[in-house]
Design a protein around this ligand. Structure first.
Ligand SMILES: Cc1cc2nc3c(=O)[nH]c(=O)nc-3n(C[C@H](O)[C@H](O)[C@H](O)COP(=O)(O)OP(=O)(O)OC[C@H]3O[C@@H](n4cnc5c(N)ncnc54)[C@H](O)[C@@H]3O)c2cc1C
Length: 542
């Protein structure tokens, strides 16, 4: 029965595994977050035979737990990090050209209050400089606003002492989808990419060597011959390279509310008493608020969401939107991620540590990439390739095309008018699947209840869950509900717990899970999505 249901991706994975020992690779990249996926993609475009291995699911680490902003990093400007600002600003534009469905311009509003933070004129000058450095399109350049202009955009903002504000543009994405999209691009450029494969023993010299990899699914190991290796293991970078500069972890938490309870049209910067960078970002049926930024010394696998961080975010969001009276019982989701930051002598606060990456080459040639951002991943990859070239690998001219080949607006229309999806479902599908969205819809239409939403008030369709299970390397329930669709955090579900069983049973039919498997998959998914913690936090008295 299992063989009859076997999705095609499982067969390709077996075939890929079988080829690992047949030939040497120019490069192995360890870690399938945005950094590793980006290096593998760019290396393949430059003609290197590349193997990308990810021990968990694609984006199973920090790259599915960020604030999901492809931003030029305005907040780095006061720290004089001009190079970082210029680079990520340029990247924001490039990513929007390559994947216009997934990296979408979003209006941002920074309200300014008297006697708090930067004066309006100084902020206006900073954003003007920022727009210049990041090369934004004229229609997206900053607008200075008086108090009435700010309230016309977001009428629920606190009015007392409001001096005005600045409206400008950043971009929003879905981080886990971005990683998956880059992994697919790497494959299309020739890379072999395997999730649930862990790199173990690294036996390297500057001229090459081998890396032992473990298939977490089957327990098999293989020794892969390589000419070079890149460690892009994010928070685990120090585990892969114990000799390098240590990584410091900074934890950031987010809260998710129904859009109806925090009904924003713009992403809004929320002034925080300690100068922290906190935003509220609307995304379809929800608005999420984050982030905190504190030193974290626990296991990076599943950072928890402490009361202290939740209380902090509530203080900040309530101060900005007092009339909305947001309560813990309004929470639809919570999540936490850890930033891999580069340790610096004399800096104890994670906020003091630069978000710039560091690239280190070990005596045996292992290249470790630490720090960095979601946004600047292409330039991190370019710098890493420069190190590989210096180490003796020959790079061909890149075959990258940066011009978008499809029009998201037209695709949404096609999905909605020709294929009968609601406008919201069509937009949601195109956001995740881009040009493939109409195929996903056709696939959904052929399955029982495929065009029905997973729950009332939610835009994810049962048929999309089928499509992802059958095509997108879903091993675990959380791969599907946390990363491929982000349903449990961003689907707008009041009781996310209620979709766990029906979703697990639907996946079970396709992947041949037993009833015991269903139980353990639900438990693991509940843990990963912090659903028990959500239930506790809803009773927190604040
Ligand atoms: C709260 C928060 C908010 C953020 N917001 C933003 C934002 O809005 N915009 C932005 O640009 N950036 C943001 N960032 C930063 C950004 O998310 C990170 O810099 C980025 O995701 C790090 O990606 P990575 O690939 O280096 O690490 P990861 O995504 O953690 O990937 C490393 C991967 O390596 C794998 N791995 C580990 N060991 C092995 C092994 N031995 N073999 C194989 N695989 C292995 C792990 O499973 C993991 O998937 C945020 C970060 C946080 C924490």
């Amino acid at each position: 029965m299992i063989a009859a249901l076997e999705p095609l991706w499982r067969r390709s994975r077996r075939q890929d595994w079988a080829t690992l020992t047949e030939r040497p690779f120019d490069l192995i990249v360890i870690g399938g977050g945005i950094t590793g996926a980006g290096v593998a993609w760019q290396a393949s475009l430059h003609g290197l035979s590349t193997l990308l291995v990810e021990a968990r699911d694609w984006a199973g680490g920090t790259s599915s737990r960020s604030s999901k902003l492809v931003h030029g990093g305005l907040r780095y400007l006061p720290h004089g990090e001009v190079r970082l600002v210029r680079e990520v600003g340029h990247e924001r534009e490039m990513l929007g050209r390559i994947w216009p469905h997934l990296v979408t311009p979003t209006p941002f509003l920074i309200p300014v209050y008297r006697r708090r933070g930067m004066p309006l004129w100084a902020l206006g000058a900073g954003v003007w400089l920022y727009d210049g450095l990041t090369g934004v399109a004229p229609r997206h350049r900053r607008r200075m606003l008086g108090p009435d202009g700010v309230l016309a955009l977001e009428g629920d903002l606190a009015q007392q002492d409001l001096a005005g504000g600045v409206s400008y543009y950043e971009a929003r994405t879905d981080d886990a989808r971005l990683v998956y999209t880059v992994v697919e691009a790497a494959r299309a450029a020739g890379a072999v990419a395997l999730s649930r494969v862990q790199a173990r023993e690294i036996d390297l010299t500057p001229k090459g060597g081998s890396v032992e990899v473990l298939d977490v699914e089957t327990g098999r190991t293989a020794t892969v011959r390589v000419r070079a290796a890149v460690n892009a293991a994010g928070p685990w970078t120090g585990e892969v390279d114990r000799e390098g500069t240590p990584v410091v972890l900074g934890r950031g938490c987010h809260l998710v509310f129904a859009h109806a309870r925090l009904p924003l049209q713009n992403a809004v910067a929320l002034p925080a008493p300690d100068g922290g960078n906190t935003f509220a970002v609307p995304r379809g049926r929800v608005t999420y608020v984050g982030t905190t930024d504190r030193l974290y010394t626990g296991d990076p696998e599943l950072p928890d969401v402490p009361d202290e961080d939740v209380a902090y975010l509530f203080r900040v969001v309530r101060a900005s939107f007092p009339a909305l009276d947001l309560r813990p019982r309004d929470l639809l989701g919570v999540y936490a991620g850890v930033r891999p930051l580069v340790a610096r002598a004399g800096k104890s606060e994670t906020r003091e540590l630069s978000r710039q990456r560091s690239i280190e080459v070990r005596h045996d040639g292992l290249i470790s990439v630490r720090g960095g951002k979601l946004t600047g991943f292409r330039s991190v990859a370019a710098d890493t390739l420069a190190f590989l070239a210096r180490g003796g690998l020959r790079l061909r001219e890149s075959r990258e095309h940066v011009e978008a080949v499809f029009d998201p607006v037209r695709t949404v229309q096609e999905a909605a008018t020709e294929l009968g999806a609601s406008r919201a479902a069509a937009e949601d599908l195109v956001f995740r699947h881009g040009a493939r969205a109409p195929d996903v819809l056709r696939y959904a239409a052929e399955r029982p209840e495929g065009l029905d939403p997973v729950a009332n008030g939610c835009d994810v369709l049962w048929g999309e869950l089928d499509y992802s299970t059958d095509h997108e390397e879903v091993f675990e329930l959380s791969d599907l509900l946390v990363r491929r669709t982000a349903l449990l955090w961003f689907g707008g579900l009041r009781e996310p717990e209620e979709v766990l069983r029906p979703a697990a049973e639907r996946v079970a039919e396709r992947l041949g899970w037993s009833s015991a498997d269903i139980g353990s998959q639900m438990a693991a998914c509940r843990r990963e999505a912090h659903l028990d913690r959500l239930a506790e936090l809803r009773h927190l008295s604040l």
